[in-house]
Design a protein. Structure first.
Length: 1021
């Protein structure tokens, strides 16, 4: 048959071949032999994967691309060999390969030249399929972006229109059937193609369901038969080969279109073993490589299997049954510790009589290897190869945990050679007693941060898996650390995937270490010829079923047949529904798992309502997240507020919602607050939700009602006269200070405020600023106050204040500069409510608690905001000295890195540091929120008792935040994967940061911030 394929010319569509045989007869093995022989004969080979079929031509197009990306025995990828073959046709093979291998040659120009050659071969086909050829050829580019565009185009995905045009594509990707037609023509220019279809039995035996969530049909038999007929008519210089059960072929003939059977020659039956020589060779071919590796010369090529055993197996056993019986006998010999002669393979030779004695030592090895496992380099946002390989090996070991028998098989299948496979692997559970009906669990690591690369891989995984919400026999597990790239196309794919029952898993470090440890144990067992002991331990202990990963994937306990028919038809809920929620994020506990137990006990279901331990002295933060379930409520004691709080989290983490809820809960406890609103997203703290949010509990609803009744929110708008403007003092009230250290801090704050205003520059800058500092110190020691008084003081500076010869001259110049600045700067000379912290902290009606939101909509420049914040902080500094309180007060600074940066200086930095260091003595608690964990001055961070850590995006921010968590005794490798509202929480009494799910805020917080007009209206009340 291979010779017939190799002899094919351009004659269209030769009849296909069908090979029929019972389960275990060796159909898949036959296809593998065909592939090797086709390549050896100079043909191309395509494996048509119909396991995930929901749209025939999508699956076919993906199968062609996947097969072309496969590596051939000579080390070339198949698509490279196709392009080389076309170049050979034009007698420029060497030149083309040199050009493609040279990074200096622009691939587009080279492809343009080759397209010109194609035009001379067949103008009509070249015009129609030149984009397909271009995409295939551009896969040889050295530019990753170019390869990504070409790969996506071949999958029907127009990733970047501008770049696609720049690469010379004439049009967006055509339909999948047109892509297949184009590939068949291009491949046919360089040689004939063998297209194999295997494993159709599971598709045909699968229950029919309604339309899938991707809008595709689920009448799988009709879909498959119709597609095969269409493909058989389009093969051109190729041949279609199919293997299946006799019953499957009969179903295809009866339910498919009548011309289908006419597109194939009469089926060739595959017979069970009836030949002694065949059985002897089958066994010897398995044994001799192992004997050679061990340096053993057996007495006979079949080792312990006697002639009588070989004869017994030749009485109609299938190759799979023969090999299974041989393996059973091997295990029996290992259990007995001696080689036993086998005289009969027709019946099972018995089971091991001794329990595995190595479990204790292997348990200890496993525990030790887990604790020392290294994960460095495993997670790469530009490449998911390493993570995919680890997952593939973990799934391989999972399959070995479940011994096969005549009733069912568990197979782990993957293409470890292909660098960009549509799937990293597939677990297949086969029910041999139901016409080889199969249930598939496909998996794919998707770690790319590049949206184009991620979407191309995701689309391929969706197509290859055939995931559909109403087909219980298809599951797709997507594994990813961190959130996916933002953008409508990515979001659309994930939403469709989730709607179809897709499973997302963010693997914990503990689980990944378990996988690494098991891989090391496997490698050591293979190297030390102890794999059998390791395999027995796997079966006895089932260590992978101790991981949260495999539980979340719905694989523990194993979903072995028989399967409930109603569930398969979508009429009953899948028992793994909880694992199919949008994201499963096991907690990153840095613990070493206990040795796996021999008996697998399903974990208890998570409580529907976490136990609540809230008291009047606590702020509820949210339930702890433990292994994907919600645990006890975590609280922040009110007394800890005065020791300050820092929130480190990026965009989309829920930072603002958390900040609001803390302020709201504090207000319900009678704690007033001043809140800096830099982004207009805190101005609605006094606006109730228009309707009850879905995320609200009854307790939340009751709190929101009480909050609306008892909390008074005042919005202040410095720089906006039409709102509620504020006038701030330029200098602190020195008359309120007593201790010398307080005076010194107040002087430093005042100097930081005035130095930028006095016109000190050039050669006299340091001299003037020195005089200013001396003048402020003398003014403060006299307990004088007010900016006008200080300007007069500067204008007539006493001689004893400074020893500089030009001190009085500088003082007069600076006084003039200050008068001019105050005259033109609205922040220094604004109409409105004079700043009085008592007004900001005190409600206008008895019994209410005030939250004063200071909104910056009227202050455009950062310098203006920093000046304003500095003046506010100086006023607070002196006011709290005179009005200490046993009841905490809050000062909330959002985007704190802009006001107290770790590097450089701003007008507001010194006063912020002073407040952080002194505020707690007088009952002022501060909350600092930032997206930059190392962007805030360390003196502030070190004074914050309570920390929250939310999702971060960039590697630098992730590393910085992880370092902070480590300094508090914890680890959190999933910071990039935290979803909205998930935070690590650390305060006094928590030995290490714990993961919590924070609640929604009590006041209205829509997706978009308030507009300046809305802020002004809110300020007016």
């Amino acid at each position: 048959m291979i010779a017939e394929v190799a002899a094919l010319t351009a004659a269209p569509n030769p009849p296909g071949r069908v090979f029929l045989g019972q389960a275990g007869i060796g159909k898949t093995h036959l296809v593998g032999v065909m592939k090797r022989r086709a390549w050896a004969a100079g043909c191309w080979f395509v494996m048509l994967d119909v396991v995930g079929i929901t749209d025939f031509w999508k699956s076919a197009a993906l199968s062609f691309v996947t097969s072309l990306l496969q590596e051939m025995p000579d080390g070339q990828k198949q698509y490279q060999a196709v392009i080389t073959g076309i170049a050979r046709r034009f007698r420029i093979e060497k030149e083309v390969n040199i050009a493609f291998d040279s990074p200096a040659v622009e691939p587009k120009r080279l492809v343009d030249l080759l397209v010109g050659g194609l035009m001379k071969t067949s103008m009509a086909n070249a015009l129609r399929h030149q984009d397909v050829f271009r995409a295939l050829a551009l896969l040889r580019s050295h530019d990753i972006a170019t390869v990504g565009i070409a790969h996506a185009w071949l999958q029907g995905y127009d990733a970047d229109e501008a770049m696609r045009r720049a690469l010379g594509f004439l049009s967006p990707p055509p339909s999948p059937v047109q892509i297949v037609e184009g590939l068949l023509w291009v491949m046919g220019l360089a040689g004939p193609t063998l297209i194999a279809v295997d494993q159709v039995d599971g598709v045909i035996s699968m229950p029919t369901a309604g339309p899938s969530d991707f809008g595709e049909t689920s009448d799988f038999t009709a879909l498959l038969s119709g597609g095969l007929l269409d493909l058989a008519r389009k093969t051109g210089r190729g041949m279609l080969v199919m293997t299946c059960l006799l019953s499957s072929w009969e179903v295809l003939k009866s339910r498919g279109p009548s011309p289908l059977s006419q597109s194939f020659t009469p089926p060739v039956p595959l017979r069970p073993a009836r030949n002694v020589a065949f059985v002897r060779k089958l066994i010897a071919d398995r044994l001799l490589p192992a004997y050679a590796k061990a340096g053993i010369q057996p007495e006979t090529p079949t080792g312990p299997f006697s002639q009588a055993a070989i004869v017994s197996a030749s009485q109609g056993m299938t190759p799979r049954s023969i090999l299974m019986r041989c393996d059973e006998h091997r295990r029996l010999c290992l259990s007995e510790g001696r080689v036993l002669l086998c005289n009969d393979l027709a019946d099972s030779g018995g089971t091991p009589t001794k329990p595995p004695g190595e479990t204790g030592s292997l348990d200890a090895d496993f525990k030790e290897l887990v604790s020392s496992a290294e994960l460095a380099g495993l997670i790469d946002e530009k490449d998911d190869t390493l993570l995919g390989a680890l997952l593939r090996e973990a799934f391989d070991l999972y399959a070995k945990q479940i011994p096969s028998n005549n009733a069912h098989d568990v197979l782990s299948q993957s293409d470890s050679v292909q660098r960009t496979p549509p799937l990293h692997g597939r677990l297949t559970f086969i029910d041999h007693e139901a016409n080889d009906r199969a249930r598939h669990y496909c998996f794919r690591a998707l770690q790319h941060s590049n949206a184009v690369a991620l979407c191309a891989r995701f689309r391929a995984a969706l197509t290859a898996s055939g995931i559909a919400a109403k087909v219980a026999d298809r599951k797709l597990v997507v594994v990813r650390r961190g959130p996916p790239p933002s953008g409508p196309k990515t979001r659309e794919l994930f939403e469709a995937f989730r709607a179809a029952g897709g499973i997302e898993i963010d693997p914990s470090d503990a689980d990944l270490r378990s996988f690494v440890a098991l891989r090391q144990m496997r490698d050591a067992a293979l190297a030390g010829s102890a794999f059998d002991a390791f395999e027995r331990w796997l079966i006895a202990r089932k260590p992978l079923c101790e991981t949260e990963f495999f539980k979340a994937a719905g694989l523990c306990p194993p979903p072995l047949p028989p399967w409930d028919e109603t569930a398969a038809k979508g009429q009953a809920p899948d028992p793994r529904e909880a694992a199919s929620k949008p994201i499963v994020t096991p907690e990153r506990a840095e613990t070493t798992p206990a040795a796996p137990s021999a008996v697998q006990t399903p974990p208890p279901p998570p409580p529907t309502t976490p136990p609540v331990t809230e008291t009047q002295a606590d702020i509820p933060i949210g339930p702890r997240v433990q292994g994907g379930s919600l645990g006890p409520l975590q609280v922040l004691p009110l007394k800890n507020l005065v020791r300050h709080t820092a929130i480190f989290a990026g965009s989309g983490s829920g930072k603002t919602v958390l900040l609001r809820r803390i302020v709201e809960e504090a207000a319900l406890a009678g704690i007033p607050a001043i809140v800096l609103d830099t982004n207009n997203d805190l101005a609605r703290l006094g606006v109730p939700w228009p309707s009850r949010p879905e995320a609200f509990s009854d307790a939340d609803e009751a709190k929101a009602k009480r909050y609306a009744e008892t909390v008074e929110v005042a919005v202040w708008t410095p720089g906006v006269p039409g709102g509620r403007p504020l006038t701030l003092a330029v200098l602190p009230d020195f008359s309120a200070l007593a201790a010398d250290d307080e005076v010194a801090q107040a002087v430093d704050m005042a100097w930081a405020t005035l130095a930028p205003l006095v016109g000190a520059r050039g050669a006299t800058k340091d001299l003037k600023e020195g005089v200013l500092k001396e003048a402020l110190t003398a003014f403060a020691r006299e307990r004088r106050t007010g900016i006008d008084a200080f300007i007069d003081y500067l204008a007539e500076l006493p001689v004893e204040v400074s020893r500089q010869s030009k001190a009085q001259k500088f003082g007069l110049e600076m006084s003039d500069q200050l008068r001019a600045k105050i005259a033109v700067n609205p922040l220094l000379n604004a109409a409105g409510q004079p700043l009085d912290p008592a007004v900001l902290f005190t409600a206008s009606r008895p019994g209410a608690t005030r939250i004063s939101v200071v909104n910056f909509a009227g202050l455009a420049a950062d310098a203006s905001k920093q000046d304003f914040v500095n003046q506010l902080q100086m006023a607070l500094f002196t006011w709290i000295k005179r009005h200490p309180s046993a009841t905490p007060r809050l000062y909330v600074c959002d985007e704190a890195q802009n006001f107290a940066p770790s590097q450089g200086s701003t007008a507001s930095k010194a006063s912020a540091v002073a407040l952080a260091q002194q505020g707690r003595k007088f009952g002022l608690g501060m909350i600092f929120a930032t997206q930059a964990p190392k962007g805030i001055d360390t003196n502030i961070v070190s004074n914050c008792l309570t920390h929250f850590y939310g999702r971060m995006s960039s590697p630098a921010l992730l590393d910085a935040t992880e370092d902070m968590i480590k300094s508090r005794g914890g680890t959190a490798r999933d910071l990039g994967a935290l979803t909205f509202g998930l935070f690590y929480f650390s305060t006094e009494g928590t030995p290490a940061p714990v993961k919590v799910k924070t609640p929604l805020c009590l006041s209205y917080h829509p997706a978009n911030p308030a507009t300046p007009e809305e802020v002004e209206a809110l300020a007016r009340g």
